[in-house]
Structure formats: structure tokens, C-alpha cells
Design a protein around this ligand. Sequence first.
Ligand SMILES: Cc1cc2nc3c(=O)[nH]c(=O)nc-3n(C[C@H](O)[C@H](O)[C@H](O)COP(=O)(O)O)c2cc1C
Length: 250
Amino acid sequence: MTTYRKYLKNQTLPGMSEMETDQMKGLPLPPIQKPHPEGGCLVDLVSPAEFTLGCLPLIDAIRGRESRRKYTGEPLSLEELSFLLWATQGVRELIRNGLVTLRTVPSGGGMHPFETYLLVNRVEGVEPGIYRYLAIEHKLYREVAGEIQGIERIGEICNGQHFVGKGAVVFIWAVRPYRTEWRYGEDSLKDILISVGHICQNLYLACESIGAGTCATVAYQQEPLDDLIGVDGDEEIALYLAPVGKVAKS
Ligand SMILES: Cc1cc2nc3c(=O)[nH]c(=O)nc-3n(C[C@H](O)[C@H](O)[C@H](O)COP(=O)(O)O)c2cc1C
């Protein structure tokens, strides 16, 4: 039971302090965003400069936040989805010749090793399917068209937590670990796990401010979730997910 605790500590591996990372070796920074094939379907999102929502005082969002597992059948608007994506992974600025991003959330070493996949179920103006958020362009890239099967399967993949598939959309965060390993080598675990928590916390607060709710979800089966979003489970690994839906007004 206690062997795993070493992973909670820094410098977990012997000789870690002498380890030479790829950054130290002068190897190039890995891409900050997974490339996508040319000619695919892109969906324009509402620009953060045009948001008309999200004005709930922060104190009320923090006070009201709770994990919400019951959603109305109402769709999210495109602006609401755009706002949630921006709040969780939005790019504020590109620095270092466009090789590094500053975002609306912090990330260890500024490496932002995550990709956001969406199972879209009910979003106005967006066909159901599996999408990926292109944070730099602030657009969606359609990975799988018309794949509502994903929504049907996700509750099973989450060990029978069927509320997950009832969301208007399900956020699934995958990690591309090399982005952090480039900088921190085999000492990247804590950075990655802590960083993804910041993303989900912003999702909770952003949901509160638009009359929606979410529930952080870690109980899922790894391989089926990797398969669903089309990642190999090694270079890219599904890590955390959260359904989002409108909630009844209290
Ligand atoms: C890392 C993490 C994993 C979680 N996994 C699940 C989950 O798989 N299923 C679920 O229903 N809730 C899950 N939750 C939500 C917790 O059960 C919830 O935060 C806790 O009961 C406290 O309730 P509150 O968020 O409403 O304050 C998770 C929360 C966190 C932070």
C-alpha cells in the first residue's frame, strides 16, 4: 500500500537530480498542440472578446460550486461551450516565438501537456460527434462525425456511471506526457496530475456562472476510453473527464 507514496514525493527516482532532461540536452520543444490532418471539419467558436456571459461574481461561483450529476435536457449554446473551453484551456498569449503558450490555467513549467476532447451530445450549432479543441486557433476539430455511440458508451466506460452520458457535452482531457518530460524527465508525474486539476476546477467555476453543472470523474476504464477518443495510451493517454449539462435553477 505504501509503495505508491513515493510518487507523491519530489525526486522519486534515484539519481534524479543528476538526470539530464531533453531540454538540458538542447533538443527542440515538442509541439504545443497535437497536429490535425489538413482538410478536416473545423467549427468556429465564439471569440473570448465577444463573450456576454460568465459575469457571476467569483464569490458566488465558489460558494455555489458542487459536483452536479443531474442535467436537464437543454442544450448548451455555442457561446457557452466556447466559454467553457476558453476557461479551461484558452490561450492568452503565445511566447518564445510561438513555441510556448500562456493560458487561462497554470501548468507546471508552462508546458500545458493536455488535449481536450469533447463528446458533443447537445450543443446548438454543433453536430453530435467527437471533437478536439484547438486552443491556439480557438476552434473545434471534428475527430469523428455523427458518433453518438460515444455518448451511449461513456457511461459503461465509466463503470456504469450513466449520468456521464446524460451531459450536453463530456470533456475528456488526455495528456501527451512528453511535453512535460521534455522539461522534467521522469519527474513529470506530479506536475501532470496537479496541472489537470486546475483545468477541472476552472470548469466547475465556469459552469456555475452559466447555470450549468459538472462532475469530475476519474472512475473509468483506461483502454476503452483511450480507444473512444482515438489515442494510443502511450504517447497520449486519457486522464480525466467531466460531463457538463444545464442544471435546474435552485
Ligand atoms: C479527482 C477526482 C475524481 C472524482 N471522480 C469521481 C467519479 O468518478 N465519480 C463521481 O461521481 N464523482 C467523482 N468525483 C467527485 C467527488 O465525488 C466530489 O468532489 C466529492 O464527493 C465532494 O463533493 P462536491 O464536489 O459536491 O463538493 C471526483 C472528484 C475528484 C476531485
